[in-house]
Design a protein around this ligand. Structure first.
Ligand SMILES: *[C@@H]1O[C@H](CO)[C@@H](O)[C@H](O)[C@H]1NC(C)=O
Ligand SMILES: *[C@@H]1O[C@H](CO)[C@@H](O)[C@H](O)[C@H]1NC(C)=O
Length: 379
């Protein structure tokens, strides 16, 4: 169904330090405590570990990858990243789940068929997270872009081919039309009114959209389970006016979803459309703080300091992929990327339709200009 290879440069996330130029204090512990939404736990740790689910890549020096922007985004908010291989054993998945304080389902080009191993691994983590939250063990999940779509696929247990529609929104800096729910949402409730106005301003376009598919608001009615589960925090229109949900948060769990890319403005520069203004960076930082601060309420921890050191992403050297053209252009095209496991060593349970048609295999060079018809939902 999809048709283009996407040269995307996704991006990265945010950093934390700046206070907003205007308006009230961006975030402080009391504000967060008061405005935390659907989360009544107190702080349980002050050094949150955030798991990031890796995705398959096929023309790259590894079995799977993580775009470094997501790592930096959580680091800037006081978190540290732990890669979670989507092909990890159940025991390993569960061990990592019990060790980390939140999980990111990142953007990317993975097919999210219900029977894809990636989706099956995500469903396990998501199910444990629900159970944990139900038991008062706060555990946030963040989904960006593909991760937004994945959170909806998991909730509805319906194929993405039914949930999503085509949108003209690749490489599109745009706006968020915040809903009436936004002021009381976890994600935007604590943002300065000044920034809340700016995200909606088409003269600024400070939010980055980069996806072929979107979820129209009416699908929250067609699949009632979605409407019951999620609050629409913002919608956005694509280049030709098609409206889709751009920000959502779960009503019952600290699960947050953006179809857009808050992690890109501070950390990804390979794609021309990415906004880098102070305002774009402040919005990015705000959302990282909301997410990582929720993770401070989680009581999970590694079994030992030694295990903590071993699981951290710092054990892996990032590649400067933008410069070295290491990645297949049909993937995200992050500026910097972590790769995990040699293909030969990793279990062979990768994605459906793994090889783009007409591609030539190569080690470490960019794959250009081919159609990749199996790529259906992503980014
Ligand atoms: C999802 O739906 C399929 C049928 O399409 C069903 O077999 C499966 O058990 C469902 N999974 C969950 C977690 O509900
Ligand atoms: C912002 O995006 C909208 C919608 O695509 C477009 O109409 C508008 O011209 C853009 N604004 C700027 C300043 O580029």
């Amino acid at each position: 169904m999809v048709n283009k290879v996407v040269p995307l440069a996704l991006l990265a996330l945010l950093c934390i330090c700046a206070a907003p130029a205007t308006g009230r204090q961006l975030l402080d512990a009391d504000t967060l405590e008061a405005e935390a939404h659907g989360v009544d736990g107190k702080y349980k740790n002050d050094k949150p570990l955030i798991g990031i689910l890796t995705q398959a890549c096929h023309f790259c020096p590894g079995r799977s990858y993580v775009a470094a922007g997501f790592v930096k985004w959580i680091e800037a908010a006081g978190g540290r990243a732990v890669p979670i291989r989507f092909y990890a054993s159940d025991n390993e998945l569960h061990r990592l789940f019990k060790s980390v304080n939140g999980i990111i389902f990142p953007g990317g080009l993975t097919d999210i068929w219900l029977d894809n191993p990636y989706v099956i691994a995500a469903r396990k983590l998501w199910t444990w997270a629900r159970e944990a939250n139900d038991a008062g063990d706060v555990f946030p999940i963040w989904g960006t872009c593909l991760g937004f779509q994945l959170l909806h696929v998991l909730e509805a247990n319906v194929s993405f081919t039914e949930l999503l529609i085509r949108t003209d929104s690749v490489g599109h800096a745009s706006t968020l039309d915040l809903t009436e729910a936004a002021p009381s949402s976890a994600l935007f409730g604590g943002i300065s009114p000044h920034l809340a106005r700016k995200v909606a301003d088409p003269a600024l376009n400070i939010t980055m959209e980069n996806h072929y598919f979107g979820l129209p608001p009416e699908h929250y009615r067609r699949w009632g389970v979605l409407g019951e589960a999620f609050t629409v925090v913002s919608t956005t229109r694509d280049r030709v006016g098609v409206e889709y949900i751009s920000t959502a948060e779960h009503r019952r769990y600290p699960f947050f979803a953006t179809q857009w890319h808050p992690e890109k403005p501070p950390y990804e520069f390979g794609m021309k459309a990415i906004p880098h203004s102070l305002d774009a960076v402040l919005v990015s930082q705000h959302l990282a703080n909301v997410f990582v601060d929720t993770a401070r309420r989680s009581g999970h921890e590694p079994e030992s300091h030694e295990e903590e050191l071993v699981m951290l992403i710092y054990n892996t050297k990032p590649y400067f992929t933008l410069k070295d053209s290491v990645m297949d252009r049909s993937y995200d095209g992050p500026d910097m990327t972590y790769f995990f496991d040699s293909k030969d060593d990793a279990p062979d349970n990768g994605l459906r339709g793994a090889e783009p048609r007409g591609s030539t295999s190569f080690a470490g060079r960019v794959y250009r200009g081919q159609e990749a018809p199996h790529l259906t939902a992503w980014a």
